[in-house]
Design a protein around this ligand. Structure first.
Ligand code: 57M
Length: 358
């Protein structure tokens, strides 16, 4: 909004020329989102406590989690508010890509809110059924896929990391593929959100990585130099991901061990979907498997555990997702979390290097 309001005044006030620069706007989008979370979190946490929005802990989890009962949850509402406000303030609101990303985040946020609300009202971990959840997610993701198809510069070509010229055109299959990326990312972040700070850390890292990717994809010179698809206007998405980075950094202040608030499904589902949507629009879908490698690791650990248990009656891990396995091996919670953060940073650095290694 500031871009549309103030940049035109740069002829009278040269200072407003600064709004032309994406780098300026994305930095202040991150700072705005961070400050909003830091300032609003204490009263929001108090409000969640006063409304009794406390986490109920399942008995079958690691015993040390029992002490977490009653921790305020649904803190993701604050993350979504901060990202939305900062994005509306700092992006060019004529960008269709920004509105598509906001639609994705809010659509999945509503699904997560319904799930958390039902869990809170019912007082147990019984929110939406798995079928209700996945259908709702697929409907929102399908809407995103169809809207993406309607965008002027949409392309159904897949860019493959490490390959310069190999970009298969999957045509109409791109829509179900986009649904798979967005729903997969959403649920992978959701599964990962099982220890203090464990999900928000890699979300922050992935958001920063996709801030770079979106900035490069929307910059003709950089895109041509890196031989990546040039997506005119994709740079505005860098402001959206920078806002996610800033809001996540602020949330981490309160979600770090021992957490004073959990994000809830209202946070994990939309954050994953937002990253998936940015990956689709910026045409770096498969790169998300690398950038979000920690989320992939967590989701795969569940898939292997359930498949092994159903087929052989034996577990692969002491408990899935894999963060619980490390807990049961005796690692303290902060050790599990920080070591997975380290892996997330390494994967993000390697992912960005693939933009050149092609
Ligand atoms: C999402 N939710 C956390 C919190 C957070 C198929 C199976 C793998 C599904 C999986 C599951 O239920 N996943 C749901 C993970 C929950 O966190 C809440 O949920 C929100 C995110 N959606 O924001 O509101 C618990 O995680 C802990 N937590 C923290 N700090 C945080 O910052 O400590 C969360 C955030 C919270 C709190 O204890 O209550 C969760 O774990 O449910 N199920 C599991 O992950 C379970 N694994 C399991 O059943 N494994 C089986 C089979 C089925 C694979 C096996 O290994 O044999 C574990 N989770 C729990 N208990 N809670 C183990 C059992």
């Amino acid at each position: 909004m500031l871009y549309l309001l103030l940049y035109p005044l740069h002829t009278q006030f040269s200072i407003f020329n600064v709004f032309r620069y994406l780098s300026f706007r994305l930095i202040y989008a991150a700072l705005t989102a961070f400050v909003l979370v830091i300032v609003l979190a204490p009263p929001v946490i108090r409000a969640l406590q006063s409304y009794g929005v406390g986490q109920s802990i399942r008995e079958d989890g690691p015993s040390r989690h029992q002490g977490k009962g009653g921790t305020p949850t649904m803190g993701g509402i604050l993350i979504l508010f901060a990202v939305l406000m900062s994005t509306l303030l700092w992006t060019d609101l004529t960008s269709r890509y920004v509105w598509l990303a906001i639609f994705a985040m809010l659509g999945f946020g509503i699904v997560g809110f319904c799930d958390d609300y039902l869990k809170t009202v019912r007082g147990k971990n019984q929110g939406l059924t798995a079928a209700q959840k996945i259908i709702a997610q697929a409907v929102v993701a399908l809407g995103i896929g169809v809207l993406f198809y309607a965008l002027p510069a949409y392309s159904t070509k897949l860019s493959v990391p490490f390959f310069k010229t190999f970009s298969p055109d999957i045509g109409l299959f791109y829509i179900p593929f986009a649904v798979l990326v967005i729903v997969g990312a959403s649920n992978a972040v959701n599964l990962t959100d099982g220890l203090d700070g464990l999900a928000i850390g890699p979300v922050m890292v992935a958001a920063l990585a996709y801030t770079v990717v979106a900035y490069m994809s929307g910059h003709k010179v950089f895109a041509d130099y890196l031989l990546i698809p040039y997506i005119e206007g994709a740079g505005e998405l860098a402001i959206f991901t920078a806002a996610i980075f800033g809001a996540s950094l602020g949330f981490l202040w309160f979600n770090t061990y021992p957490a004073s608030v959990f994000m809830g499904d209202v946070g994990s589902l939309p954050l994953g979907a937002a990253l998936g949507t940015v990956a689709v629009i910026s045409k770096h879908e498969l790169l998300l498997l690398l950038v979000g490698g920690v989320f992939v690791l967590e989701a795969l650990s569940v898939i292997f555990q359930v498949a092994s248990f159903k087929s052989r009656g034996k577990r692969v891990f002491l408990m899935a997702p894999i963060h619980h396995h490390f807990e049961l091996k005796g690692w303290e919670e902060p050790k599990v979390v920080v070591r997975l953060w380290i892996i997330a940073v390494l994967l993000a650095l390697f992912s960005l290097s693939t933009l050149k290694l092609r």
